[in-house]
Design a protein around this ligand. Structure first.
Ligand code: ADP
Ligand code: ZN
Length: 519
């Protein structure tokens, strides 16, 4: 079926009241109308829903939409129905008679769009019901849930791989806001998409400013910031429920308006806190990662990470809840290497090696994001496969391009230490040696007997780690090993040791939050 631009725009206007398409929407719609499989990667808020809702209105039959979030299903259906579109959902919240009613409507061909939870869709009774219906398309929302490499793997999504065989003629649209190259390939593979049309939208959110702040007295830093931004809406993410409760209580004591949100609260309480936040009855929500999936509050003006996020994808998603209205939102991450160790400890407790390896890999990515001196936005977008050259002028690295200082002497000490200890260790052990620590590992390896042991007492361990990390990032030192990165000398390292190459590195980072381009 070939549909013209005009036909599609008419449906858009008539049913949704919008006058033009967002980037990629039209191409996706056209592909689905042509019965092609599609893979759509669009940032949250990018307008994925219309990509399948419009074809659902233009094609014969019922579009079946798989969505993992029961609460969102109802919202989506309500809003479609209020636009005069015949839509319904099937999930565990419906009574038996309500379900029966939806099924009848499905069989009678009355439904344009049916939302179904994945576990329900793959039940044999449901499949046989669908067999008796004309299906216009399958839309798999939050498609990254099929992948174990994503941050939100759901086993019930795996079964969706059977759709292709069970409904060979029906096109499948996979949509997600989070997918690295690997997850992307996984989605196409698991859902068995055939020669899919792939549309990837930019993940850039220019109105979000990204700032990494060295965590010192974090409470004081936070308080100062919130004071200056009183009565603005904001989200503060913490790692644990306990931290959430404590911080929320503390903020209230200081006279700010804040509520906690985490999975340990009753459903009723969570819903109430979320509601109050959305309706501006409270300014700040202090939350674990349990908060946010599907939150559509337009005017969140700051998103603060009190602790290190689990990985770059979560960070992107969590910060992405700010500035939905297109206006400015400050995203501030408090970073300290101490957090790194806390997370390492948590990861070590994971039962499967595969999970641990993945978590370690993701941890090292977020750490190197925090320690990078590049434009934050560029680092982030590069992670999502976008190659951007210009600096953004809206992140701490761009606000305060840090001056470079001659660190040749420090570099030589680190490299010499790597050399003397035999190129078998990670950066933190190297730093321990330099710093003159007497850890068990140092004693066991007799590294306290090395001439270099204690040669770097004049700087803090954090300084050494920072310098070491930048040496790696700048290619003056190499890393190998997956889980425990081992640092090794390379030709540049040898030149530095031989005094043939000088090393300029970035000055120590700032620890206060400050906006604007002048320090
Ligand atoms: P996603 O599922 O990608 O997070 P949604 O489909 O929920 O995004 O869309 C986000 C918002 O953008 C919604 O309020 C939607 O109505 C709006 N929107 C989507 N497409 C358009 C468009 N072409 N023009 C104007 N607004 C749009
Ligand atoms: Zn920047």
């Amino acid at each position: 079926m070939a549909a013209s631009h005009k036909e599609m725009t008419t449906v858009l206007e008539k049913n949704f009241g919008y006058t033009s398409f967002r980037p990629n929407q039209e191409e996706v719609i056209e592909a689905i109308l042509n019965d092609r499989d599609v893979f759509v990667l669009m940032p949250t808020g990018g307008g994925k829903s219309l990509c399948y809702q419009i074809p659902a209105l233009m094609k014969d039959g019922t579009a079946v939409v798989v969505s993992p979030l029961i609460s969102l299903m109802k919202d989506q259906v309500d809003s479609l129905v209020s636009n005069g579109i015949s839509a319904a959902y099937l999930n565990s919240t419906l009574s038996e008679s309500e379900s029966a009613d939806v099924k009848n409507r499905l069989l009678s061909g009355d439904l344009r769009i049916l939302y179904v939870a994945p576990e329900r869709l793959m039940m044999s009774s449901m499949l046989s019901l669908l067999k008796r219906t004309k299906i216009s398309l399958f839309a798999i929302d939050e498609a990254h849930c099929v992948s174990e490499w994503g941050h939100d793997f759901r086993p019930e999504y795996r079964k969706l791989s059977e759709l292709r065989d069970k409904f060979p003629g029906v096109c499948i649209a996979a949509l997600t806001a989070t997918a690295t190259e690997r997850v992307r390939r996984d989605i196409v593979h698991v859902l068995r998409l055939q020669d899919p049309v792939i549309k990837i939208s930019s993940f850039n959110r220019p109105n979000l400013s990204y700032q990494i702040v060295e965590k010192k007295d974090v409470m004081e830093q936070l308080e100062g910031y919130i004071k200056k931004n009183r009565s603005k809406s904001g989200i503060i993410y913490c790692q644990s429920r306990d931290a959430v409760e404590k911080l929320a209580a503390r903020l209230n004591k200081l006279g700010f308006s804040a509520l906690p949100y985490h999975a340990g609260l009753s459903d009723e309480k969570r819903a109430r806190h979320q509601d109050k936040f959305i309706h501006d009855d409270v300014d700040i929500i202090v939350a674990t990662v349990a908060f946010g999936m599907g939150i559509d509050k337009p005017d969140v003006r700051f998103v603060i990470h009190y602790d290190l996020p689990k990985n770059l994808e979560s960070y992107y998603q969590e910060t992405g809840r700010g500035g939905r209205d297109g206006l400015e939102c400050e995203c501030i991450l408090f970073f300290s290497r101490g957090d790194w160790h806390k997370i390492r400890f948590l990861i070590e407790k994971k039962p499967s090696k595969k999970e641990r390896d993945l978590a370690f890999q993701q941890l090292s990515q977020i750490i190197s994001y925090c320690e990078s001196t590049d434009c934050r936005r560029n680092v982030l977008l590069r992670y999502f496969g976008e190659d951007i050259k210009e600096s953004c002028n809206n992140c701490d690295s761009c606000f305060h391009p840090r001056t470079k200082v001659d660190n040749t002497a420090e570099a030589q000490l680190i490299l010499e230490c790597v050399k003397q200890s035999g190129q078998y260790f990670g950066m933190s052990h190297i730093v321990d040696i330099l710093y003159g620590s007497k850890t068990q590992k140092i004693k066991d390896k007799r590294h306290d007997k090395l001439p270099i042991h204690g040669a770097g007492k004049h700087l803090s361990k954090n300084d050494w780690k920072r310098i070491g990390n930048e040496l790696i990032q700048s290619g003056y030192l190499s890393v190998s090993g997956e889980r425990y990165p081992i640092v090794k000398l390379n030709p540049s390292s040898r030149k530095i040791l031989a005094g043939e190459l000088t090393v300029e590195l970035t000055e120590a980072p700032i620890s206060r939050i400050s906006k604007g381009r002048t320090v």
